[in-house]
Ligand binder design. Structure first.
Ligand SMILES: [Zn+2]
Length: 244
C-alpha cells in the first residue's frame, strides 16, 4: 500500500512539473509584433545590462563566472529600440549616398553588412548583447573581428565564451561558417537562446515582408519585395543553426 501511494505521489509530481513547464513555455511564447520590432515599452533589467529579466539573470551568472577566470565581460550594446535603429540606418544611408556618392541599393547593401533594417534587429528583443573585455585596453573601434582573434585584446574573452557561453544559454549569432550569408562574422554578438529562439519562431510566422513594406523612412522606397525576401532569407535566417 505504501509503495502504491508513493508511486501515485511521484506520478502526481511529474504531472505537476510537466504542467508547470507547459505554462512557462506558453508564457514566454507570447510576443507581439511591436515587441519583436522594438516598438514596445519593455521592462529591462540591470544598469548597463538592459535585458529581459531571464536573460539578465543568466548574463549576471555568466559575468560572475567569467570574472573568476580573469575576464571582465562588458556589454557595449544590448536592447535597442526601433527608433534608435532607424536613426542608425538613416545616418549611414545619408553618409553613403550623399558623402560617398553611392547608389541607394549599393548603400543599403553596405549598411546591412553589420547593421539591420529598422524593425528587424535582434537587439530589439532584449535578448542579444555585443560584448568586450573591459579589462583590456585598446584603441579605436572595439567591435572589430580581428580584436577577437588570436593576439587581439579580446582573444581570451572569445576563447572563454567558446567554452562556457552555452552553459548560460548564450550563443554566437553571426558565426564565421564559410557558407553563411547575411551579416558578416560578429564574434561579439551573443543571444540568449531560451528567449530568442521562440521569439524568432514567432517573428518568422508573421508577414515580415508586409511589415517592412509598410515602414517609411529615408531609403525605404528602395526596399523592393525581392530585396526584402533575400534579406529575410540571408540576414534574418542564415544564422547559427542552434538559434533557429
Ligand atoms: Zn549586435
Amino acid at each position: 500500500m505504501l509503495r502504491r501511494s508513493f508511486i501515485l505521489k511521484i506520478n502526481l509530481i511529474i504531472i505537476l512539473v510537466l504542467t508547470m513547464q507547459t505554462t512557462a513555455w506558453s508564457q514566454t511564447a507570447e510576443f507581439d509584433i511591436p515587441e519583436l520590432m522594438g516598438k514596445a515599452e519593455l521592462e529591462l533589467y540591470g544598469e548597463g545590462i538592459n535585458l529581459r529579466k531571464e536573460a539578465h539573470d543568466a548574463f549576471v551568472e555568466m559575468k560572475k563566472a567569467a570574472y573568476q577566470d580573469g575576464i571582465s565581460i562588458e556589454i557595449v550594446s544590448s536592447y535597442r529600440s526601433f527608433d534608435r535603429q532607424l536613426a542608425i540606418f538613416e545616418r549611414k544611408y545619408l553618409q553613403y549616398t550623399e558623402d560617398d556618392g553611392m547608389e541607394p541599393l549599393q548603400a543599403i547593401d553596405k549598411i546591412i553588412e553589420y547593421s539591420t533594417i529598422p524593425g528587424t534587429s535582434r537587439h530589439h528583443w532584449g535578448t542579444d548583447i555585443d560584448i568586450i573585455d573591459s579589462s583590456k585596453k585598446t584603441e579605436g573601434d572595439v567591435l572589430v573581428p580581428s580584436k577577437f582573434e588570436e593576439g587581439g585584446p579580446y582573444a581570451d574573452l572569445k576563447a572563454w565564451m567558446d567554452e562556457h557561453a552555452r552553459e548560460y544559454g548564450f550563443y554566437l549569432v553571426y558565426t564565421n561558417e564559410p557558407k553563411r550569408r547575411g551579416f558578416k562574422y560578429e564574434p561579439w554578438h551573443y543571444s540568449y537562446a531560451p528567449l530568442s529562439v521562440p521569439m524568432l519562431e514567432i517573428f518568422r510566422k508573421k508577414n515580415i515582408l508586409q511589415l517592412l513594406v509598410e515602414e517609411d523612412f529615408i531609403g525605404s522606397e528602395f526596399l523592393t519585395t525581392g530585396f526584402i525576401k533575400t534579406y529575410i532569407r540571408d540576414n534574418i535566417l542564415d544564422i547559427n543553426r542552434v538559434l533557429l
